[in-house]
Design a protein around this ligand. Structure first.
Ligand code: GTP
Ligand code: MG
Length: 205
């Protein structure tokens, strides 16, 4: 059993400015539309329908909060970069996201999900810069890793690790698959560190 299986849906917020203050810890999941954020949250929590997944990009428009315990939460942020969203809305969302990363005191880390076949697009890079600027640790999950053969997968991970050194931040890179569970243990372990969950407690759950 994993610590994350006890996640329950807490609430949705229409925008970052609607989030009320929280003196516990949050870890947020961000990434381009369709990158696999909701699928990764479902995999992590072992709940098939906790976060809604969709074949239609841009599906998650609200910020969804999931509670692990009274002091810890996971946050599913709306995807960015969806072509059909009007430019004005895109810019507004980017500004909001920047402010959230900068000002949300309870944020302990940012998970950025990127399709392993198309990593580090401009908006991903912006987000990573903001997070590093805000002194947040970042976990880059290269999603849909099941779509690549092992050799190519490793090559992509190495390439992103090397490229991410340029950000000069606390950045960890792993391949991930919601289908096969590639990278699940690695992601869990890092999140447990960010959430300061004692390992004994985790083992007993
Ligand atoms: P938005 O909420 O729209 O921003 O998307 P999202 O990032 O939450 O993506 P979502 O989890 O809804 O997944 C998008 C599509 O990718 C769905 O069709 C998923 O089934 C598929 N998908 C997600 N993760 C994986 C994976 O690890 N492997 C494979 N093969 N497909 C995946
Ligand atoms: Mg989603």
């Amino acid at each position: 059993m994993s610590y994350f299986t006890k996640a329950t849906f807490l609430t949705s917020a229409p925008s970052i400015s609607h989030l009320s203050d929280f003196d516990g810890m949050e870890v947020a999941f961000a990434g381009r539309s369709n990158a696999g954020k909701s699928s990764a949250l479902n995999k992590l929590t072992r709940q098939n329908s906790l976060a809604r997944t969709s074949k239609t990009p841009g599906r998650t428009q609200l910020i969804n909060l999931f509670e692990l315990d009274e002091r810890r939460r996971l946050v599913d942020l709306p995807g960015y970069g969806y072509a059909k969203v009007p430019l004005e809305m895109k810019l507004k969302w980017q500004k909001n996201l920047g402010e959230y990363l900068e000002n949300r005191k309870c944020l302990k880390g940012l998970v950025v999900l990127m399709d392993i076949r198309h990593p580090l697009k401009d908006l991903d890079q912006n987000l990573i810069y903001w997070a590093v600027d805000a002194k947040l640790p970042v976990l880059l999950l290269l999603t849909k890793a099941d779509k690549l053969k092992s050799g190519k997968r490793k090559q992509q991970v190495m390439m992103v690790r090397e490229a991410s050194m340029a950000f000069c931040g606390d950045i960890t890179v792993h391949a991930f698959s919601s289908l096969t569970g590639i990278g699940l243990n690695e992601a869990e372990n890092l999140l447990l560190d960010w959430f300061e969950v004692p390992r004994k407690l985790d083992a007993s759950l």
